[in-house]
Design a protein around this ligand. Structure first.
Ligand SMILES: [Mg+2]
Length: 230
């Protein structure tokens, strides 16, 4: 029986792409950088994903990632890169302003409240993540929040999960389930920690490397979760 759920936040509970789009367009307007087209949003989003993958691989630090992603993006669009740091600071605040849940995740978390312990495990920036959590009204429903910036280690490292498991108390590892959309941070992290894993896979993608990513459950919609917990 699952007693504890470790929830990924971005792309699992919250629609990160919607928040990213809004934050980018609004920060462009506030810095008077001209229009930010749909094409530019897609381009930035792919570029940003590459930077986060590099962070998971330990090739770059979080503070380098946050500014360099905008330096690279600005360079490609002939925008002065000296704006990158200030732009990032405002972007992070705006990122927390758009709360859009995936699959009625709020109601789901509410319905599980009191039945299982629920924690957030996230690699996002702490300013943005705290703002999102405040705006989402999720905090009263949660038993705790683990943000990598505060822990001092990122998913999928053993160190991150070691600290999480220490904090949540004594459970068998097979009573703990991580749910997330990322194979490289959530599923691999769960595997590193020896806990059960649930891949939230709304686009019905293939597991590209079953040797590497051990997935106990796959769901395409979060509302498949209550059945899985029975
Ligand atoms: Mg995610």
């Amino acid at each position: 029986m699952i007693q504890v759920i470790l929830w990924d936040l971005d792309g699992t509970i919250l629609d990160f792409k919607a928040a990213e789009r809004n934050a980018l367009i609004n920060t462009f307007a506030s810095f008077d950088l001209g229009p930010c087209t749909d094409e530019m949003v897609h381009e930035y989003s792919a570029l940003n994903d590459r930077y986060w993958k590099r962070l998971e691989l330990g090739e770059i630090t979080k503070s380098e990632l946050l500014v360099q992603r905008f330096e690279e993006f600005f360079s490609a669009h002939s925008i002065d890169i000296s704006f990158a740091s200030a732009f990032n600071a405002e972007y992070l605040l705006r990122l927390g302003d758009t709360i859009c849940f995936k699959d009625h995740a709020y109601e789901l978390i509410q319905s599980l409240h009191g039945r299982v312990k629920q924690y957030i495990v996230t690699n996002g920036n702490q300013i943005a993540q705290k703002r999102k959590l405040d705006n989402s009204n999720l905090l009263p429903l949660l038993d705790g929040v683990f943000i990598s910036d505060i822990i001092g280690a990122e998913k999928p490292t053993k160190e991150f999960f070691h600290k999480v498991l220490l904090e949540i108390g004594e459970y068998n590892k097979n009573e703990i389930l991580i749910i997330g959309d990322s194979l490289t941070s959530d599923i691999l992290g769960g595997n590193n920690a020896g806990i059960r894993t649930c891949w939230y896979n709304p686009e019905n993608l293939e597991n590209p490397d079953p040797q590497r990513f051990h997935i106990d459950h796959i769901i395409q919609n979060l509302n498949q979760l209550p059945e899985l917990l029975r």
